[in-house]
Design a binder for this molecule. Structure first.
Ligand SMILES: *[C@@H]1O[C@H](CO)[C@@H](O)[C@H](O)[C@H]1NC(C)=O
Ligand SMILES: *[C@@H]1O[C@H](CO)[C@@H](O)[C@H](O)[C@H]1NC(C)=O
Ligand SMILES: *[C@@H]1O[C@H](CO)[C@@H](O)[C@H](O)[C@H]1NC(C)=O
Ligand SMILES: *[C@@H]1O[C@H](CO)[C@@H](O)[C@H](O)[C@H]1NC(C)=O
Ligand SMILES: *[C@@H]1O[C@H](CO)[C@@H](O)[C@H](O)[C@H]1NC(C)=O
Ligand SMILES: *[C@@H]1O[C@H](CO)[C@@H](O)[C@H](O)[C@H]1NC(C)=O
Length: 276
């Protein structure tokens, strides 16, 4: 049975289900959203029963109310200041902008549970940045909101010698990154999101997938500066790699031979239902 005006209800149901599928496909493309790619633990230590620890717990519970299975803040980002000096906690959570709310809230839950654990987290440390594939949890006793931070940083690379023409590969990635940095800070119909993705063919049968992202508390011009600085590392860190990430507190880029991102989700979900 094909689409027919005799069956308007069936048509509508199929349309809605296709619309949902699109979102599910999009979120499925990061196969490991709860994978911890890297963590930075630094600063001084707090003690078990301290006010700082109490404020940290308040921060975690505020995240669990902001990020639910159905709702996430704009651009997947929330930051909050809790408590009085010298025990103030500045905290933020940033879900990658293609993560569906249910994936995002699970990422929040995992990140906040593990960050206080011995091996997976930053136990007793006042400052932490955890880079999960799907979300970034960060907190500090210093105010870092809207501040450009390029340290600490790390280059992560994956090499399996599967790229035939490495020079051409890096050339294509360089071109894509140059374009994406502009795209991320340029106004579109969905407002500057400081996030952009693209893919391209580098041979007849192989693609490369590239992503850039800043924390949404930055202005576009500060984001641009951060991304240019991260991308400037490409030839030094990553020639010879098949996949890589450069992680700064304020911005990151990543490229892979396999797809790892979906469509920009949050505005799709926030938008009104399509008019039928
Ligand atoms: C903080 O605690 C960690 C382990 O809990 C320890 O390795 C580190 O030396 C401590 N740092 C300071 C500055 O006390
Ligand atoms: C923390 O508080 C608990 C219960 O109030 C107490 O049993 C424990 O000894 C305290 N720990 C420290 C390190 O003060
Ligand atoms: C969110 O979704 C997960 C998985 O579908 C479910 O286990 C959990 O109970 C849900 N949480 C809430 C608060 O509804
Ligand atoms: C984007 O558009 C908004 C609203 O129109 C404006 O306030 C903002 O300055 C623009 N940003 C850029 C980078 O053009
Ligand atoms: C890119 O590769 C895909 C998959 O091999 C192919 O279907 C497509 O035609 C290629 N696009 C271009 C522009 O070469
Ligand atoms: C990352 O790569 C850059 C070169 O692009 C290098 O200067 C820097 O030391 C590397 N950082 C680490 C932590 O390896």
């Amino acid at each position: 049975m094909g689409f027919s005006s005799k069956h308007p209800i069936i048509f509508i149901l199929m349309f809605i289900s296709a619309y949902r599928d699109q979102i599910i496909i999009a979120q499925a493309q990061e196969s490991t959203p709860y994978y911890l790619a890297w963590k930075f633990c630094f600063g001084t230590n707090y003690t078990a029963n301290s006010t700082y620890r109490t404020n940290l717990n308040l921060f975690f519970s505020s995240l669990s109310t902001k990020f639910t299975n159905n709702t996430v803040p704009l651009h997947g980002y929330h930051n909050i200041k809790i408590g009085e000096s010298p025990n103030t906690v500045y905290g933020s959570l940033h879900c990658r902008e293609d993560m569906a709310p249910a994936i995002c809230s699970k990422c929040v839950q995992i990140a906040t549970e593990r960050v206080i654990m011995q091996n997976s987290g930053c136990p007793n440390r006042k400052t932490a940045i955890l880079f999960y594939n799907g979300c970034i949890l960060r907190y500090s006793d210093e105010n870092y909101f809207s501040v450009l931070r390029q340290q600490p940083s790390i280059n992560l690379t994956y090499t399996d010698n599967s790229v035939v023409d490495q020079v051409q590969y890096i050339d294509i990635i360089t071109g894509l990154l140059d374009d994406l940095v502009i795209e991320a800070v340029t106004n579109t119909s969905i407002s500057p999101s400081l996030y952009a993705t693209r893919s391209a063919n580098y041979t007849m049968s192989d693609q490369v997938y590239v992503m850039v992202q800043c924390t949404p508390d930055l202005t576009p011009s500060v984001c641009y500066k951060c991304l240019r600085s991260a991308v400037g590392r490409l030839s030094g860190c990553c020639s010879g790699a098949q996949g890589a990430r450069v992680l700064f507190p304020s911005c990151t880029f990543r490229f892979e031979k396999a797809p790892f991102f979906g469509n920009y989700v949050y505005n799709i979900i926030r938008a009104s239902p399509p008019t039928l």
